[in-house]
Design a protein around this ligand. Structure first.
Ligand code: UDP
Ligand code: MG
Length: 316
């Protein structure tokens, strides 16, 4: 009954420089699969000519192209959700618009799905990013392994394939800020990883500043784990216990020698440290409270300005 076999979802934010090259490689790669496919581009409030280029592409290949235009920038993961809410295919592939993930690799993801996996994650074999991105990524992957139950080698790689069941579950999750590969993983029953190629950005520059990367990783940590909160209260307990011990020692010393013990560490430094710890803890609690606040407001996660697509009945 389902005419579409594979849906490809691509978030686009200020990618005018790279879109022509993407179209030139993506469509031949998908045509070569020999299955019915659709491509859903989600324009995440680009301020350049991306929307116009997507419209042209829709007019060039209206049979297989759909375009969702947001009215503002909501972030890569919300853009993918908007695609997920509209997919018609039995399998869904996510891909970045910047050609860092070669579209030719989609065929290999689908082979892994043929083998019975419902979640195929890409692992960037030789990653072509700045050294600090690779290092930070390794640290955050390691941290996430420890504090969540999500097991994946390369959380940042968006070249992934999901079964329609998983995609529907992700779309139905009402989370405001989330991390798609991790959320989808929690719904998978047979996840697998394969190595995929990675290239330098074809054109344009990364949309992730250091600040946005830190925000994204906070979303990942607080969205999928309570361990940060639990560790923090554990640490608070240890500090409190230590202070009782120190206090007891000082009292005993005073009684015996008449002098207090003042310089185990320089007191000012210790205070600075502890104030830092407390502020971090308040901020951490704030992360969770902020999530809860966004969630209870229950505003729409995004608003759409326009959708360019043909009705399924118009499809030949
Ligand atoms: N992107 C988006 N909204 C944003 C930031 C990025 O839709 O707010 C898209 C972007 O156009 C690209 C993908 O998400 O298709 C990945 O972004 P980018 O390549 O800048 O990330 P990086 O490869 O540096 O991690
Ligand atoms: Mg990229």
């Amino acid at each position: 009954m389902n005419p579409v076999s594979v849906s490809v979802v691509i978030p686009v934010y200020n990618e005018e420089a790279g879109l022509p090259a993407l179209f030139a490689r993506l469509y031949p790669a998908l045509d070569a699969l020999g299955v019915a496919y659709e491509v859903i581009f989600v324009n995440d409030g680009s301020r350049d000519r991306s929307a116009a280029l997507l419209k042209d592409q829709f007019l060039a290949r209206p049979d297989v192209t759909r375009v969702v235009l947001f009215n503002a920038n909501y972030g890569q993961h919300i853009a993918i959700i908007a695609g997920f809410e509209r997919v018609r295919g039995e399998r869904v592939v996510t891909l970045d618009a910047d050609l860092q993930n070669p579209p030719e690799e989609i065929a290999r993801l689908l082979v892994a799905m043929d083998e019975g996996h419902d979640y195929v994650g890409g692992v960037r074999r030789a990653r072509e990013d700045a050294w600090w991105r690779r290092t930070a990524s390794r640290v955050m992957n390691g941290l996430r392994e420890r504090i969540t139950h999500i097991r994946m080698t390369d959380q940042g790689c968006m070249l992934r394939a999901y079964s329609r069941d998983i995609v529907d579950a992700v779309a139905a999750s009402r989370e405001v800020s989330t991390f798609i590969p991790a959320l989808a993983y929690t719904y998978a029953y047979s996840p697998v990883e394969i190595d995929v190629g990675h290239e330098e950005r074809a054109a344009g520059e990364s949309k992730y500043s250091l600040y946005k990367l830190i925000r994204l990783n906070f979303d990942l940590a607080t969205g999928f784990s309570l361990v940060p909160l639990q560790l923090f209260s554990l640490f608070g307990m240890l500090v409190a216990a230590a202070s009782v011990v120190v206090y007891a020692v000082i009292v005993v010393q005073r009684l015996v020698t008449g002098y207090g013990w003042t310089a185990l560490w320089d007191r000012d430094i210790l205070e600075f440290f502890l104030i830092g710890v407390v502020l971090f803890g308040v901020g951490l609690v704030g992360e969770y409270v902020g999530r809860i606040y966004q969630q209870v407001r229950d505003r729409p996660r995004y608003t759409v300005r326009a959708v360019l697509e043909r009705e399924p009945s118009e499809q030949q």
